[in-house]
Design a protein around this ligand. Structure first.
Ligand code: NAP
Length: 289
């Protein structure tokens, strides 16, 4: 499959590497200092805090060229607008793998309805200089699959093919029939989490502050209530049914695990993404079902 991975940050680099290693014809699109570093050293990956750094020879490009079977967009929420302009005239299905709670409509309006697919990346990690340090494989990462779906919920031949392509590349993808609701649910949950980590000044500080965690849980509950559809997956209903005191204990423990470490990333891009996501989540109430 001919794939353009748009965005060479943490997740884009990981996806491009896995798809390249599986034999796909992959180009990784980067810009600025990241582009120069990738052109000089190639993709550099390490597992967790490990000392071993692997180099993966993924071809790197500065702009899209020609047509693709798939353009996978892995940028921050507030960066999507510029990407839409850049790919409007480039042929290929486009899978947005990112935090996005505004529904498929603005994406479809910009690049054409038939081109849009939605999803959320299940590979993660942090950037350490030019090295992407990915989360070590664990039972949790093996169990959590990557949802991808058509905006209208159909399981189409192209969606099945994409799921297979990702699985062949050691990316545990699955077809999700309610992808927009999935993304909105995720934003309803992750926005208060990300905001609270940043307000507290880090994961440990938040873990040590039960009052801040209680406030965070209340905001998660409000967001989920305001959603135009039921939460997906339904497991998120536990935020309403499980007593607050137990949830506080669960979050305090979660915040000290490796799975929470990407939330500790503090950068202008992370803040800007949270701000844009907050705008998208606050619009839930404007569009009741
Ligand atoms: N990191 C994780 O562990 C993780 C896990 C799950 C989900 N996510 C979500 O996945 C999405 C992507 O996250 P990420 O961690 O990969 O973000 P990231 O590390 O900030 O990477 C985004 C990359 O896209 C580049 N980019 C943005 N606009 C561009 C443009 N117009 N042209 C060229 N390059 C452009 C950025 O370049 P600049 O630096 O120059 O802006 C940056 O290199 C986000 O929604 C995030 O919340 C992340």
């Amino acid at each position: 499959m001919k794939v353009l991975v748009y965005g060479a940050g943490v997740t884009g680099t990981l996806f491009a590497s896995r798809l390249h290693e599986a034999g796909n014809d992959v180009s990784l699109l980067a810009r600025g200092e990241r582009l120069a570093a990738l052109q000089e050293n190639g993709v550099l990956l390490a597992e967790g805090d490990g000392p071993v750094i692997m180099q993966v020879p993924v071809p790197v490009v500065e702009r899209p060229a020609g047509s693709y079977d798939l353009i996978a967009v892995l940028v921050r929420t507030h960066q999507v607008e510029d990407v839409l302009k850049s790919i409007a005239g480039v042929r290929g299905d486009v899978l947005f793998l990112l935090n996005w709670a505004a529904g498929p409509e603005p994406l479809e309006a910009a690049i054409g309805r038939e081109r849009v697919l939605l999803g959320f990346p299940n590979l993660g990690g942090t950037m350490d200089g030019q090295v992407v340090r990915y989360r070590a494989t664990s039972l949790l990462t093996r169990l959590v699959s990557m949802p991808i779906g058509e905006p209208d919920g159909r399981v189409t031949p192209r969606l099945r093919e994409l799921v297979q392509t990702f699985r062949s590349a050691r990316i545990n993808a699955k077809a999700e029939t309610r992808m927009d609701a999935w993304l909105k649910t995720h934003a309803a949950f992750e926005l208060p989490l990300g905001q609270s980590v940043h307000a507290a000044g880090g994961l440990d500080s938040l873990a040590d502050d039960p009052a801040a965690i209680r406030d965070m849980i209340r905001r998660m509950r409000q967001n989920l209530k305001a959603m135009p559809s039921r939460p997906v997956p339904r497991a998120f209903n536990v935020l309403h049914t499980v007593p607050e005191a137990i949830l506080v204990r669960v979050f305090r423990r979660f915040l000290r695990t490796d799975a929470a470490s990407p939330l500790a990333t503090d950068s202008p891009a992370v803040s800007a993404e949270l701000d844009r996501l907050a705008e998208q989540v606050s619009a839930f109430e404007v569009h009741p079902s």
